[in-house]
Design a protein around this ligand. Structure first.
Ligand code: GLN
Length: 483
């Protein structure tokens, strides 16, 4: 399958119909799904109906949306009216929301063709997609390997080139890490850039939806379609959405790139990874960029800070799943509390329970100041670190991950899994935009380069990523093992 912009142009030229494209995407998914298992729910009827609607508009000469006819997958935590929306959890295994999320509505009005709901770590907690309550998803470049998480299904289906566009969410790295593992582009926008309305919450002060795509241009187009103020989300920000495709560049003359000295020691642990990133910075330099050393002195506290704030917010967000209003219920014989107890015991997986316990503990009166309030203070310091860094540079380039995709089952210790978020969490805590763009290969497997920018400067970040992508074209150098 080609990129989204190639498909859109072919449909606009009437070289292909949206229905043909949709059938081809559904076939491609069908061929690889037995090995990848990227989807929890496929929506072939809805997709074909939408494609026919697009074709009818084109036949009548009516205007079509910016993503007209482009096959698109959405992570299974975006509410989609009357379609199963499980969040990767048994507790929502039967949940069909009565309304659609703003992201889904914006995709619909951009005339994207939504093909299905993708697998994910339960409630977006994880870095490998192995915490899905249903089944793990595989990496299209190594079937023994994980696709990353938590947006693993979205990354896997785009990485397999079954569809060019998917939407994921990123709380502490869940778009960027799987994008890195699956040889695709993944963008976490500024907190507040994309509406969270109808997106099942994990940690509300961090969650943000964003594009996972075949290339940077597709990411720019998809972001343009889903971004923007939404009165239904009080944290969405009323800042105009530029046309992200317009400013994409092919060189980096005059761009000052910050290199995070504090990260150099961390990545040096693995010489192959260190070399990959050195080479990536060299490629940026060849494009005309100049380099500035920056420091993020509080980044080393990122993991500890995130793993207090995120569980604290999740323990509160997940209190609503008690069998009373929606989702799965397991009746208790004694009283309503027994019902809550049985429902939550049966409905949540181990990682979700671990986070609820951690978060509830951190929020207990007496511990609240020592943990949650303190973590918020560190978060503020981290934000200051970035403000200072961006006074000296336009964007920051740094590792997205510490390793190439690992094998299923390789990280059974929760802390080993948490360490996967080392390079992605600081930007999440600061609320700034950050993305992963294919950066090369280690041991024959994909690794992403991370680029981040000040709040609401997604256009600047995408422009740099585009120049790098066009010069290096790493994504095209490796073919998926299934297609
Ligand atoms: N891996 C991190 C976690 O488990 C981040 C998840 C995410 O961004 N949703 O919390």
């Amino acid at each position: 399958m080609e990129t989204g912009h190639e498909i859109r142009e072919a449909i606009a030229r009437r070289d292909r119909s949206a229905e043909e494209v949709t059938r081809a995407a559904l076939d491609a998914i069908g061929r690889v799904e037995p090995s990848l298992r990227a989807y929890i729910t496929l929506l072939p009827e809805r997709a074909l109906a939408k494609a026919r609607e697009v074709d009818a508009k084109i036949a009548k000469g009516e205007p079509v949306g910016k993503l007209a006819g482009v096959p698109t997958a959405v992570k299974d935590l975006f509410c989609l009216k009357d379609a199963l929306t499980t969040c990767g959890s048994k507790i929502l295994a039967n949940f069909k929301p009565p309304f659609s999320s703003t992201v889904v509505e914006r995709l619909d009005s951009a005339d994207a063709v939504i093909v299905g709901k993708t697998n994910m770590d339960e409630f977006a907690m994880g870095s490998s997609c192995e915490n899905s309550a249903f089944f793990p998803t595989r990496n299209p470049y190594d079937l023994e390997g994980v696709p990353g998480g938590s947006s693993g299904g979205s990354a896997s289906t785009v990485g397999a080139r079954s569809v060019p566009l998917a939407v994921g969410t990123d709380t502490g790295g869940s778009i960027r890490e799987p994008a890195s593992f699956c040889n695709i582009v993944g963008v976490k926008p500024t907190y507040g850039r994309v509406s969270r309305y109808g997106m099942i919450a994990f940690a509300s002060s961090l969650d943000q939806a964003g594009p996972m795509t075949a290339d940077v241009r597709d990411a720019a187009d998809l972001l343009g379609a889903i971004a923007g103020f939404d009165p239904m989300d009080s944290t969405s920000v009323d800042v105009p959405v530029p046309d992200y495709g317009v400013g994409l560049r092919d060189d980096l003359k005059g761009v000052r790139i910050g290199i995070v000295r504090d990260f150099e020691d961390s990545i040096a642990v693995d010489p192959k990874m260190a070399k990959l990133y050195k080479d990536a910075y060299e490629d940026l330099r060849k494009l005309g960029a100049t380099f500035v050393d920056v420091t993020l002195p509080h980044a080393k506290y990122g993991l500890a800070t995130y793993y207090l704030i995120a569980p604290a917010e999740c323990s509160s967000n997940l209190a609503r799943y008690d069998g009373t209003r929606y989702g799965v219920r397991v009746d208790g014989d004694a009283d309503v509390y027994a019902m809550f107890d049985k429902t939550r015991t049966a409905g949540f997986g181990d990682e979700v329970k671990r986070r609820i316990v951690l978060g509830t503990y951190a929020l207990c009166s007496g511990y609240y100041d020592a943990y949650y309030v303190r973590a918020q203070k560190v978060r503020t310091l981290m934000k200051h670190d970035f403000d200072t860094a961006f006074a000296a540079c336009d964007v920051i380039a740094c590792p997205a991950v510490s390793c190439p995709p690992f094998e299923l089952g390789a990280k059974s210790d929760p802390v080993a899994m948490y360490l996967m978020d080392y390079f992605t969490i600081p930007m999440s805590l600061a609320g700034i935009p950050a993305m992963s763009v294919p950066g090369g290969f280690v041991d024959g497997l994909p690794v992403g380069l991370q680029i981040c920018a000040p709040a609401f400067e997604e256009a600047r970040m995408l422009a740099v990523a585009h120049a790098y992508e066009q010069a290096t074209r790493h994504a095209a150098k490796l073919q998926p093992v299934v297609s």
